[in-house]
Write a protein that binds this ligand. Structure first.
Ligand code: AMP
Length: 279
């Protein structure tokens, strides 16, 4: 497995693979890899000849008071995991290699990103779409794998790829969880064991919402109210609970059974967590 940091070298590597007719898959991550990320690498492996995992804590997707500085960075441990999962390349550039000092161009999706996490993290998705475009331009993947843990993010990426006629196929990967139900996240590291136990109420609340729908309830306010009630304890601050279209992540006014999603974001103590469930 190669570790490449220079965008120029990454471009040259991709060009040489393409010249040999190889299909390239990209798995974009911010590192601190866990089994959720590794499942994406496995899916990429099944869909391409060459698997590139990018590891880049992207400054432009963090707000001024967010956790950019304290975000976990552990390239050595990540490299071992990538190797075990048969990745071919880790692309791990520095911020200076990705963003020139006077860079002034951004990619902005302007509809889906207005909702859900876009409301409380105003420039977050602009940072995501910009860095994903840059990564696509450097790595030139035929396919890219994104997790449904960040369902709104993958909806926005799909919209961007469609709107800008990008030649890359987007694959959605299912959410990987702890046995407790807690969705795996690099940010789970911020929580104590007790908080991680408490945060399992997020999954339980989503399941309660789904069960309500399974009993025949379709009123969106009732579904949301139940989820908010179930998720709330002394450590929970609900950022949003919304019922959205499962594919586009846009708000809906009527439930479409099997094609809708409950999306949730909370502060659990000092940690911002998101999760979702198809209903
Ligand atoms: P991140 O490193 O948090 O930017 O995530 C990189 C990719 O891994 C994104 O496509 C995420 O949606 C995906 N991912 C993160 N956590 C999970 C999980 N628990 N299950 C599946 N995919 C995940």
């Amino acid at each position: 497995m190669k570790i490449i940091s220079s965008p120029k070298e990454m471009k040259e590597f991709s060009a040489s693979m393409k010249a040999e007719g190889k299909k390239i898959a990209l798995v974009p991550t911010m590192g601190a890899l866990h089994n959720g990320h590794l499942s994406l690498i496995d899916i990429a492996r099944q869909n391409a000849d060459i698997v590139v995992v990018s590891i880049f804590v992207n400054p432009t997707q963090f707000g001024p008071n967010e956790d950019y500085d304290k975000y976990p960075r552990q390239l050595q441990a990540d490299a071992e995991k990538c190797e075990e999962h048969n990745a071919d390349v880790i692309f791990a550039p520095t911020p200076d290699e990705i963003y020139l000092k006077d860079a002034s161009t951004f990619v902005n999706e302007e509809q889906i990103s207005q909702h859900l996490c876009g409301k409380s993290r105003p420039k977050h998705f602009r940072g995501v779409t910009t860095v994903v475009t840059i990564l696509f331009n450097i790595v030139k993947p035929d396919v890219a794998v994104f997790g449904e843990k960040d369902a709104q993010q993958v909806s926005i990426i799909e919209r961007m790829v469609r709107d800008l006629f990008m030649d890359v196929q987007i694959i959605r990967a299912p959410i990987i969880r702890e046995e407790s139900g807690l969705a795996l996240s690099s940010r789970n590291k911020y929580m104590t064991k007790m908080e991680q136990d408490g945060a399992t109420r997020i999954r339980k609340a989503l399941l309660a919402g789904k069960e309500l729908v399974d009993t025949g309830v379709t009123n969106l306010d009732r579904i949301k109210a139940l989820v908010i009630h179930k998720v709330t304890d002394a450590k929970t601050r609900v950022i949003y609970v919304e019922v959205v279209d499962a594919k586009t992540s846009l708000p809906i006014s009527e439930l479409n059974i099997g094609k809708s999603r409950i999306s949730i974001a909370v502060w659990y103590g000092e940690t911002r967590l998101i999760d979702n469930i198809i209903i």
